[in-house]
Structures are given as structure tokens and as C-alpha cells.
Design a protein around this ligand. Structure first.
Ligand SMILES: *[C@@H]1O[C@H](CO)[C@@H](O)[C@H](O)[C@H]1NC(C)=O
Ligand SMILES: *[C@@H]1O[C@H](CO)[C@@H](O)[C@H](O)[C@H]1NC(C)=O
Ligand SMILES: *[C@@H]1O[C@H](CO)[C@@H](O)[C@H](O)[C@H]1NC(C)=O
Ligand SMILES: *[C@@H]1O[C@H](CO)[C@@H](O)[C@H](O)[C@H]1NC(C)=O
Ligand SMILES: *[C@@H]1O[C@H](CO)[C@@H](O)[C@H](O)[C@H]1NC(C)=O
Ligand SMILES: *[C@@H]1O[C@H](CO)[C@@H](O)[C@H](O)[C@H]1NC(C)=O
Ligand SMILES: *[C@@H]1O[C@H](CO)[C@@H](O)[C@H](O)[C@H]1NC(C)=O
Ligand SMILES: *[C@@H]1O[C@H](CO)[C@@H](O)[C@H](O)[C@H]1NC(C)=O
Ligand SMILES: *[C@@H]1O[C@H](CO)[C@@H](O)[C@H](O)[C@H]1NC(C)=O
Length: 887
């Protein structure tokens, strides 16, 4: 009880609190199913287990889940009031990263909790500080600030694989320690978020004075701490405990719901604040649990609203049902430092109440874990040979890549193992068959070991290009499949130094062969370095989110009127497992798909592009509301774990660049080109002038202008580069992967100002216009193999004053000369190096219309051209976006 009282005094140190659970009586009354619970007592000797007395939970030793570390027991005097699982710990003095691998059920939502109690077990009085990782991602820093208190980290997470890796990473001098690991399967419908995982900040039982609760009071074994600021008062009705209804998917404990906090005066509100001690871009989720616990008389009304900052009608008016639980939450993440306030409506005769609430912070886990089949194969290898090295945790985690391994990282897919070097590792016995399960392996080096037996047929490893087996003791003969690949120059094979192996592969060329192997291997090395650079990128914090839509809902109440969000499995169905690739771009790969009868284009964003998942959601949500007939319509989006994608209307005629290039025999006529230019200009003008605040496209180029079956042009990828490119003002990092704007189209002033604005789009549009006029790409090769930009090319030609040499020769002079001159002039103005000399997009639109009028007089254009702009307002103001309250 001492501990609890201290805790009440230092609520800021919530994480330090260890809970004293309820007494034994509760065990009988509430005995619950522990099915699926995994309770691991770290440091407990191998094979031992016990039932913890106060909770009835069954704990097992951690020995079979980790390779390293040492078991330590606290002295009995030091065990205090702590539950038994805290009496021992495992410490990791060796190595930088030590991991636990725990089998789970993939796709199930788990509450994962790790507890750390130092208690000066080593007598050194140095408080440990280290990091914990979940899979390939940083979970949190464990900062023990008082040896007497345990640190507890809790996260709600859906493991993508059939196991989790929980790793302790040394960041300073202190040895990481861990006391207990607990996993509790939850109801998947609870704690829904827009992205993967949420870490606990507070979980409060309001209205209770003294006790903290966990299992068996809470069937999910959440920890509930008492919370009562001194200006709140308590309400409780203990006779309600047995029949209060808590059966929504959150299932808060009856004992928590049977107490509530309220205010003495009806005009006072119950307020709490979201933390702002981390970065201001940290986002939060809040779950608030209500139940009326007083049997109200007829004339009594308890009715209140919930406000978020100054948004008074964020949720409400609302009257909790008597003895029935309602959980209110925001489906969209909330911003740091904001106030949530619960206050009575005018009609209410009673002050507001709250029975409990939970605050979580968003954890963006962006790095995928390695492919499960690869992990299984390499894990077998590891245990067969007892490979120690640093082989722990996820093999492909960029910063902690297993020694001798390299992996490939593609878009949103799980990393694959592509090379394995076990050279000179003193390995004996047969080459293990599990190596053949590394399906994507390209380079396999098993040289200079003592492998015996025959050489397995690795020829089914289709990507294997280098196989080095030199200096082993292999016997038999080289399998025919390998010999064939070697004969066809598809495989570099060396088996020299295996005296009893019959091989058609001569060792005379050894020098040459091995030189190539060295080159290939070092190329892979460079690749890995590049990947490491991009890994550093991943760690970058994204910019503070600028816009966020807010709305709230209750259990059973849904705000989604029209479906716009799709799960990853729906995307698989839509694209038939990504059957047909439409194109690849900076942000990811686009696939063809069907949504019902409608064709769609599904752009899956590479994880490196989609760095801000929450931001992604907010932006995608807003982009679905941008409508203009010259902008590709965003039909929906997918934001499922690490898989993010955008679903666009399908544009049958592909992009303008492809259409302008030689591949198409049917060339675009002059008037058609002008019309496409005008339509693209109108799309861009709408982004600049029709949206508030204006949207700068930042990546206007001919591949981003798409054509539908009627050759109507629509601008695509708007709103993406702002969200997904890296912060260009941050010069401490150099990136080659994500560029805000594409070379050839990039505003030269960008190099001075580092900022892209509307006029930067005008510049890029001017380049597109030049491509349309000349049929030349933005950057082409001159005779002397020097790159030449289309604007330089045109200024060199224009001196001769010969428009015929400027306009695409494939048009064979079929264009109106006046209109051509006018467009050239317009394009040149657009690409002025000074942004002040460039026209605005609305001027561009006016000029292009005039050009088209000139050009169109001579031809008959098909199509129902309606020049009137269809402008719809874009509700970007967050206030106007608040959904009406759900009742
Ligand atoms: C643990 O149990 C296994 C199988 O039950 C047994 O083989 C092993 O010797 C035991 N280890 C210890 C340290 O008791
Ligand atoms: C975890 O699962 C793998 C296979 O899925 C199995 O080989 C391994 O023994 C399991 N580990 C534990 C500790 O149960
Ligand atoms: C750890 O906690 C101490 C005390 O609160 C604080 O001064 C220190 O900055 C923290 N360290 C880190 C790395 O958060
Ligand atoms: C740790 O907490 C205990 C109990 O509140 C207190 O007596 C002690 O001074 C604290 N130690 C430090 C270093 O703050
Ligand atoms: C109520 O108490 C909290 C925390 O102690 C404090 O922040 C808040 O200002 C108080 N409110 C009023 C109205 O006194
Ligand atoms: C999860 O909660 C929902 C809503 O309360 C309920 O219908 C469903 O049965 C629950 N699922 C499980 C596995 O308990
Ligand atoms: C407490 O709950 C019991 C049982 O539902 C109810 O009869 C009683 O009126 C409640 N007490 C108050 C003060 O509302
Ligand atoms: C108060 O209640 C009356 C009658 O039920 C209703 O018409 C009115 O809209 C309510 N006012 C507010 C502010 O909720
Ligand atoms: C690896 O093999 C797969 C098919 O098994 C193939 O699709 C892929 O392109 C190959 N990758 C390389 C780099 O050769």
C-alpha cells in the first residue's frame, strides 16, 4: 500500500508505479480464462513455473525465449510489495542487442507489456537506461529514474508474423535488464486506430481512491491506476459491481466502472490534457469509458458534452445509460497538449461524470520485418550450427543486420535475405537443406569450412548467381542443374579445394572466377551501405502535422458514410494480388485493379515514402474530397499496418510522356496537344486558386499527366510530395531517393530558397509545355552525349526564328503557326529562372484558351468539351470538417 500512496503523490511518474493487485477473494469471484495469455518471468530458472498468488496468473521461465543474458534474483528484503514475477530479472551485460523471440498468433491484437525493476540488484547503484525494440522498430527508451520503482512499458500491437522479437538494446554503459514480459490477446475490434500500434501513456480508474486493478478484475489484464485530482469528487455504488454491464469490445472492469469522478458544482468541468512533453508532432488516442452509476429520479438529468480544445460540440450531448458502459473515442489521432473537457449541458441537472479513461501515444512502426519463410530457414541454420555472432532478433533490421547476411528491401514488402556469407566459420557436417528455403538468395558463400557429404541441388534457387564452396570436404558430384546454370553463364560457381568432389568446373580459371565473385560481393556491399543511408532516413522524425481532421464516435456508431478506406486484403482482391503493374514511380508502384465493375489504379506507396502514417491518413482523407475534372479522382485509400496505398480512377491512355514518345505510332495532333495542356493547366489552377489553403503540387511532370479513354487530361499525384517527401529544409541529410520534384522539372530557385511554391509548379508546367510542343523529353542527350535541357535547346533554336524546327517534326507542319508561337512564348515565360517573371496558372489558362481558339478554328475536334470550370469548395478548415455528433 505504501507504494500506491507514493504513486498518488507522483502521478507524473505513472510509469514507475507497480501495481498491488486485488486480494485473493477476487480470484474466486472473477476467475477468468487465461487462454492465450503468455506470462514470462525473466530470470526464472529454465523449466520452472508457478502460479502467482495475488493474480492467479501462470508464469513460466524466459530461458527458452532468449539465448543470452544472466539470471539474477533480488534479495528477499528487496522484493518489497512486488508480485512474484518481479523477484528475478535477466540482465544482458554482453552484446549490443539481445532479443526474445516469442511465438504468437499473427493478426491478433495483443497487449504487450514489459516490466523492469532494478532495485540495485548489482549493488552498483547505476540506474539502467537502454532501448527496447519490437521487431525491427524502436519501441521506447527504458529510463530507470528510481531504483525502487518498476518501469512498465505497454503497447497494443498486431504482430504481422507468428512471432514477435522483443529486443533490449544497449545505448550507454548500463546493462539492459528485464523482469517480466506479458502478452494478452485482445478483442481486435477494440482500440482501432488508423495505424499499427499505440503505446500506453495513462490508464486511469477515476473515482477510486486507493486501489489499482489488473487481472482477474480486468479480463485483458490491463493495469488501472486510481486517479482523483483534488478538485474532483468521487461517486461510487459498490452494489452495482455485480450487475454493471461492461460488454462492449473494450470490456473495462466492472470494478472500475462502478466508480466515477464528478464535480461538486454543475458548472465545473472534468478536464484532462494530452501530454506535450515529447515532440509536438506526437499524436495520441483517447478512450473514455462512461456508465451512470446513480439510479436517477425522474426529474434528474445528467447530460454533457465533450470538447476538444475549443471545439465545444466535439461529442455530445450525451447521457450515460444507467449501469451500462459506453466507450467514447476518436477514430482519428489527436494532437499533443490539447485539452479534453467534459461539461454539463444547460438541460442537465447534475454535473458530468467519467468512470475511466485511457491515453495512448501513436507508435509508427515503419520498418517491415523479414519474410517469415526466410526467418524460419535462417533460424534453423542458426540453431543447427549454434551460430552466435549477433544473430538475434529480426535478421534484416537495418541497423542490426545479422553478420554475414544482406537483405533486399522493396516497397511495402517484407525484406528478403539475398546473400549469406558463412565463410571460415568452422562449420562441419552436411550442408543443411534449409539453405534451399532462402528462396531469394543471390550469393551464397560457404567456403573454407569443413562441410562434408554431397552438394545439395541449389539450382531451384532461381536467383542464385554466386555459389562459393571452396575448401570444404564435399564428396559426390556437382548436381547437373548447377552445372547447367554454370554452363549458361547464369551462375558463378567455385568448388575448388574439395578434393573428392567430381566437378566439370575447372579450377584453372579460379583467379578470374573469384575476382568476379569479389566484385559482385562488393557491389552487394555498396548496396547495403545505400540501404543503411536510407535506414537513417527512416529514423527521421516527420514534420509536425499541419492539418488533422477530428471527429468522434461511440462504440457501434460509425461515421463512415461512404467507403473510402480499404484493408490490405481488400487491396489484394482489387488488384488480384498485384497481378498487373501499370507503372513505377518515386512513391511506389501502381497496379491495375477492379473495384466492382470499375477499373482502378492502385498506387502502393513504398514504406520509405509513406513515412507519416497518421499524416497519410489525414491527407488521403482530404484528397478524397478534392474534385475537379482535370485531377485524377482519388477513390479511396488503404492504410493497413505498414501497407499504404491510394486508389485512383483508372486512366486508360496512360501518361502524357509515354504518349508523346516514339512508342506510339499514332501521334497526338497539335490541337489535341493544346487541349491536353489546357486541361492540365486547369487542374493545376484549381489546386492553386480553388483550394484553401492552396495546394502546391511540387511534382508536375509529363508522367503525372494522365489521359483517359477520351484523351482527357488529368493531373495526378497532387498532394503527395508534400506529405511524403522529406523535409527539404533539413540539410543535414542527403537523399537521393525522395526528391521534392523531379530533375528536369525542378524550379531553379528551389536551390536558393529551398522552398517550392505555386510558381515552382508554373516552372514545371512550362517544361511540360515545351515537351508537348517539341516532342522532346525534358532532358535529352546531345550529339556529344551531353545532357541538354529542353529549355536550353529551344532557346538555342529560337534565335533562328524558325518555328518549324521547334515544333515536333512528326506533326509535319500540321499546326497553326500563330498559335504555336504564342504557346512557345508562354512556355518560355513559364520557365523563367526568376519566379516573379513567370505567369500565374490562371494567366496560363487564359493564354492557352486563346491559343486553342486559334488552333481549333482549322480542325474539328471530337469530344464534348465543356470549358466551364466545375469548382467545388474544398473543406480544408478543420472546424468545418467536424462531423456532426453521433447519437
Ligand atoms: C527441461 O525440460 C526438458 C524436457 O522436459 C529436459 O530435457 C531438460 O533437461 C530440462 N532442463 C532442466 C535444466 O531441468
Ligand atoms: C515457435 O514456433 C516454431 C515454429 O513455428 C517452433 O519451431 C518453436 O519451437 C516455437 N517456439 C516455442 C518456444 O514454442
Ligand atoms: C532519464 O530520466 C532523467 C530523469 O527524469 C532525465 O533527466 C533524463 O534526461 C532521461 N534520459 C533520457 C535519455 O530520456
Ligand atoms: C526513490 O523513491 C523513494 C521512495 O519515494 C525515495 O525515498 C527516494 O528518495 C527516491 N530516490 C531518488 C533517487 O529519487
Ligand atoms: C483542478 O485540478 C487540476 C489538477 O490538480 C488543475 O490543473 C485544474 O486547474 C483545477 N481546476 C480548477 C477549476 O481548479
Ligand atoms: C469483440 O467485441 C465485439 C463487440 O463487443 C463482440 O461482438 C465480439 O464477440 C468480441 N470478440 C471476441 C473474440 O470476444
Ligand atoms: C446503486 O445500485 C443499486 C443497484 O443497481 C441501486 O439499487 C441503487 O439505487 C444505487 N445507488 C444509488 C445511490 O444510486
Ligand atoms: C433541452 O431539452 C429540451 C426538451 O427536451 C430540448 O428541446 C432542447 O433542445 C434541449 N436543449 C439543449 C441545449 O440540449
Ligand atoms: C528472383 O526470382 C523471382 C522469381 O522466383 C523473380 O521474380 C525475381 O525477379 C528474381 N530477382 C532477381 C533480382 O533476379
Amino acid at each position: 500500500m505504501e507504494i500506491m500512496m507514493m504513486m498518488l503523490g507522483t502521478l507524473k511518474h505513472f510509469h514507475l508505479a507497480l501495481l498491488v493487485a486485488t486480494g485473493g477473494f477476487a480470484l474466486v469471484a472473477y476467475a477468468q480464462d487465461q487462454a492465450g495469455f503468455i506470462s514470462i518471468d525473466c530470470g526464472l530458472p529454465k523449466n520452472s513455473s508457478y502460479v502467482e498468488k495475488t493474480t492467479g496468473l501462470f508464469y513460466i521461465s524466459d530461458a527458452e525465449f532468449t539465448d543470452g543474458g544472466e539470471s539474477v534474483f533480488l534479495l528477499p528484503d528487496n522484493r518489497g510489495n512486488y508480485q512474484q514475477q518481479m523477484w528475478s530479472l535477466r540482465r544482458f551485460p554482453e552484446g549490443i542487442r539481445n532479443c526474445y523471440r516469442i511465438n504468437v498468433t499473427s493478426g491478433v491484437k495483443y497487449l504487450i507489456r514489459a516490466s523492469f525493476l532494478y532495485r540495485n540488484y548489482d549493488g552498483k547503484n547505476t540506474l539502467p537506461i537502454f532501448d527496447i525494440h519490437l521487431g525491427a522498430n524502436l519501441w521506447d527508451t527504458v529510463n530507470v529514474t528510481n531504483a525502487s520503482f518498476s518501469v512498465v512499458k505497454e503497447i497494443i500491437h498486431v504482430p504481422p508474423q507468428n512471432y514477435i522479437h522483443l529486443c533490449l538494446v544497449k545505448t550507454g554503459f548500463s546493462s539492459p535488464i528485464i523482469s517480466a514480459i506479458e502478452l494478452r490477446p485482445m478483442n481486435n475490434t477494440a482500440y482501432q486506430t488508423q495505424m499499427g500500434s499505440i503505446a500506453l501513456v495513462n490508464r486511469f480508474d477515476t473515482g477510486t481512491v486507493e486501489k489499482a486493478y489488473r487481472y482477474p478484475d480486468d479480463i485483458y489484464d490491463r493495469f488501472w491506476d486510481p486517479y482523483n485530482p483534488n478538485n474532483w469528487t468521487s461517486l461510487s455504488n459498490s452494489s452495482l459491481i455485480r450487475n454493471i454491464r461492461v460488454r462492449n469490445s473494450y470490456h473495462p472492469p466492472a470494478i472500475v466502472m462502478s466508480t466515477a469522478a464528478t464535480r461538486k458544482n454543475i458548472e465545473d468541468s472534468l478536464d484532462f490534457w494530452l501530454p506535450n512533453d515529447e515532440s509536438s508532432s506526437q499524436l495520441y488516442y483517447v478512450y473514455i469509458h462512461f456508465a451512470e452509476i446513480e439510479d436517477l429520479k425522474d426529474h434528474q438529468i445528467r447530460e454533457f458534452n465533450i470538447s476538444y480544445d475549443d471545439v465545444e460540440d466535439w461529442y455530445g450531448p450525451f447521457s450515460p445509460n444507467y449501469s451500462r458502459t459506453t466507450t467514447v473515442f476518436s477514430p482519428i489521432a489527436l494532437e499533443a497538449g490539447r485539452r479534453i473537457s467534459i461539461f454539463a449541458t444547460r438541460n442537465s441537472t447534475l454535473p458530468p461524470i467519467v468512470n475511466g479513461y485511457e491515453v495512448y501515444k501513436v507508435k509508427e512502426f515503419l520498418q517491415s520485418e523479414a519474410d517469415q519463410n526466410d526467418v524460419d530457414a535462417i533460424t534453423i541454420l542458426k540453431s543447427t550450427y549454434g551460430v552466435k555472432r549477433n544473430w538475434q532478433g529480426d535478421p534484416c533490421t537495418r541497423e542490426y543486420l545479422w553478420e554475414g547476411l544482406s537483405c533486399s528491401y522493396h516497397d511495402f514488402e517484407a525484406p528478403r535475405i539475398i546473400s549469406l556469407n558463412l565463410s571460415s566459420s568452422g562449420l562441419t557436417g552436411e550442408i543443411p537443406p534449409s539453405v534451399s528455403n532462402l528462396k531469394m538468395i543471390q550469393i551464397l558463400d560457404l567456403s573454407n569450412n569443413k562441410f562434408t557429404g554431397s552438394l545439395p541441388d541449389f539450382s531451384q534457387l532461381t536467383n542464385l548467381t554466386v555459389l562459393n564452396l571452396e575448401n570444404n570436404i564435399l564428396i559426390g558430384s556437382v548436381p547437373a542443374g548447377l552445372v547447367e546454370k554454370w554452363n549458361n553463364n547464369m551462375l558463378l560457381l567455385s568448388v575448388c579445394g574439395n578434393e573428392d568432389l567430381i566437378s566439370p568446373v575447372s579450377c584453372k580459371n579460379k583467379q578470374k572466377n573469384m575476382a568476379i565473385i569479389a566484385i559482385v560481393a562488393s557491389t552487394v556491399g555498396v548496396f547495403v551501405v545505400l540501404l543503411t543511408v536510407s535506414a537513417i532516413w527512416w529514423g527521421l522524425r516527420r514534420k509536425r502535422q499541419q492539418l488533422i481532421a477530428l471527429s468522434s464516435t461511440v462504440e457501434n456508431g460509425s461515421l463512415e458514410s461512404k467507403k473510402q478506406q480499404f484493408t490490405y486484403s481488400e487491396v489484394l482482391t482489387i488488384t488480384k494480388n498485384f497481378e498487373k503493374v501499370l507503372g513505377k514511380g518515386g512513391f511506389g508502384t501502381t497496379y491495375h485493379g477492379h473495384l466492382g465493375d470499375t477499373q482502378v489504379a492502385v498506387k502502393m506507396l513504398s514504406p520509405s515514402a509513406a513515412r507519416g502514417h497518421q499524416q497519410f491518413h489525414a491527407e488521403a482523407n482530404l484528397l478524397t474530397r478534392v474534385h475537379h475534372r482535370n485531377l485524377t479522382k482519388l477513390v479511396g485509400y488503404c492504410n493497413d499496418g505498414t501497407n499504404t496505398g491510394l486508389i485512383y480512377e483508372y486512366m486508360a491512355n496512360g501518361n502524357l510522356q509515354a504518349r508523346l514518345s516514339d512508342e506510339y505510332s499514332k501521334i497526338l495532333m497539335w490541337e489535341v496537344r493544346l487541349r491536353i495542356a489546357l486541361q492540365a493547366a486547369q487542374g493545376l489552377e484549381y489546386l492553386h486558386d480553388g483550394c484553401k489553403p492552396p495546394i502546391v503540387h511540387r511534382d508536375v511532370k509529363s508522367t503525372n499527366i494522365l489521359l483517359n479513354e477520351n484523351l482527357q487530361a488529368k493531373l495526378s499525384d497532387f498532394g503527395l510530395s508534400k506529405t511524403f517527401s522529406t523535409d527539404s529544409t533539413d540539410k543535414s541529410h542527403i537523399s537521393t531517393t525522395v526528391v521534392a520534384g523531379t530533375p528536369g522539372y525542378l524550379d531553379p530557385e528551389y536551390y536558393i530558397s529551398n522552398r517550392l511554391n505555386e510558381k515552382s509548379d508554373v516552372y514545371s508546367f512550362g517544361v511540360v509545355l515545351l515537351e508537348i510542343i517539341t516532342g522532346r523529353p525534358a532532358i535529352s542527350k546531345s550529339h556529344h552525349d551531353r545532357s541538354i535541357h529542353v529549355s536550353n535547346w529551344i532557346t538555342s533554336i529560337i534565335r533562328n526564328g524558325d518555328i518549324k524546327r521547334i515544333v515536333d517534326s512528326r506533326l509535319e507542319g500540321n499546326f497553326d503557326i500563330n498559335s504555336a508561337w504564342k504557346v512557345v512564348e508562354l512556355a518560355i515565360n513559364c520557365v523563367s529562372s526568376k519566379s516573379t517573371q513567370r505567369p500565374s496558372m490562371s494567366q496560363v489558362v487564359i493564354e492557352l484558351k486563346e491559343c486553342l481558339d486559334k488552333g481549333i478554328a482549322s480542325t474539328e475536334e471530337s469530344g464534348d468539351i465543356d470549358w466551364k470550370d466545375s469548382i467545388e469548395t474544398w473543406p480544408l478548415n478543420p472546424i468545418t470538417q467536424l462531423s456532426p455528433s453521433v447519437r
